[in-house]
Design a protein around this ligand. Structure first.
Ligand code: CP
Length: 301
């Protein structure tokens, strides 16, 4: 794999290998990427993705250079993304890119001689490394990837992580997906067409009450204020689907609640000590999955 742009690039065998490597890296520090430099280019805000990639690189003995925002870069002077990527090719061995335009990772990869990892592109793009860690979390917590019922809840239109995970789940057997959202935030047609083509059952509903007792995985999302420009619409949509302690307590045994984070109220804080709440463990899984990705891409492991 030269560049990581979308989850469709993976097959079951490569995912199995990646996840085995991730598990083997838990709690480890190595020097296997000694001498390699990661450039973290974040044109949009991030806490988890940027810092976990940086931590992953440092734990593998590599080094990191960082651009924390577009405003702190020569984009502010009018430099194109393509020119910035051509320049950074001289400074680093791998680029991790988050950018506000859908398709930006593909554009970057087209001019880059070093690997580009898509860390989130636009509101209708993908966030493949988040989906990989989401799937790893499901596998670690449920002990399987086949035969699961997953309910994606809330913001399915302007959220690249559920889009990426839905594409990824189409590689597994007996997957049932329930998309729970307001009509304005329904999953886009490209994802639904892909699921139909791959024989994945899905239903769409506005009623979370109808699904949370049956789901193996409740995938909660944030209503993204940054993509919903109309304040009145944002106020109407946020708070529509809140996971309360009562919701969590009614879930079936062994079922899990995951969330890419950050949360802004859509999971009540008293859910955090529920046995179903795994969203903070999910963050830790993200670190080892990203370590495994860096080793795979840079060392061919
Ligand atoms: N989940 C996720 O992408 O979080 P950040 O925006 O903090 O990186």
């Amino acid at each position: 794999m030269q560049h990581l742009i979308e989850t469709q690039q993976f097959d079951r065998e490569s995912l199995k290998k990646l996840f085995e490597l991730a598990t083997s890296l838990e709690g480890k520090r190595e020097r296997t990427l000694d001498g390699k430099i990661l450039a973290a280019l974040f044109y949009e805000p991030s806490t988890r993705t940027r810092l976990s990639f940086e931590s992953a690189m440092l734990r593998l003995g590599g080094d990191v250079i960082t651009m924390e925002s577009g405003d702190s870069s020569s984009q502010a002077k009018g430099e194109t993304l393509e020119d910035s990527i051509r320049v950074i090719n001289h400074y680093a061995d791998i680029i991790v890119l988050r950018h506000g335009e859908t398709g930006s990772a593909t554009r970057a990869a087209a001019v880059s001689k070093i690997p580009v990892i898509n860390a989130g592109d636009g509101n209708l793009g993908q966030h493949p490394t988040q989906a990989l860690l989401d799937l790893y979390t499901i596998q670690r917590e449920l002990g399987r990837e086949d035969g699961i019922h997953i309910a994606f809840v809330g913001n399915l239109r302007y959220y690249r992580s559920p889009r990426s995970l839905a594409y990824l789940l189409s590689k597994y057997k007996d997957i049932r997906i329930t998309f729970v959202s307001a009509p304005e935030l329904r999953m886009e047609d490209d994802v639904k067409s892909h699921l139909r083509e791959h024989g994945v059952q899905y239903v769409e509903t506005e009623d979370m009450q109808a699904v949370f007792r049956d789901a193996d995985v409740l995938y909660q999302t944030r209503i993204a204020k940054e993509w919903i420009k109309n304040d009145a619409e944002y106020e109407k949509l946020k708070g529509r689907y809140i996971i309360t302690r009562e919701t969590a307590d009614a879930m079936k045994e062994g079922a899990i609640i995951i969330h890419p984070l950050p949360r802004v109220g859509e999971i009540a804080e008293d859910v955090d000590d529920s046995p179903h709440a795994v969203y903070f463990r999910q963050v830790g899984y993200g670190l080892i999955v990203r370590m495994a990705l860096l080793k795979t891409i840079l060392n061919g492991d």
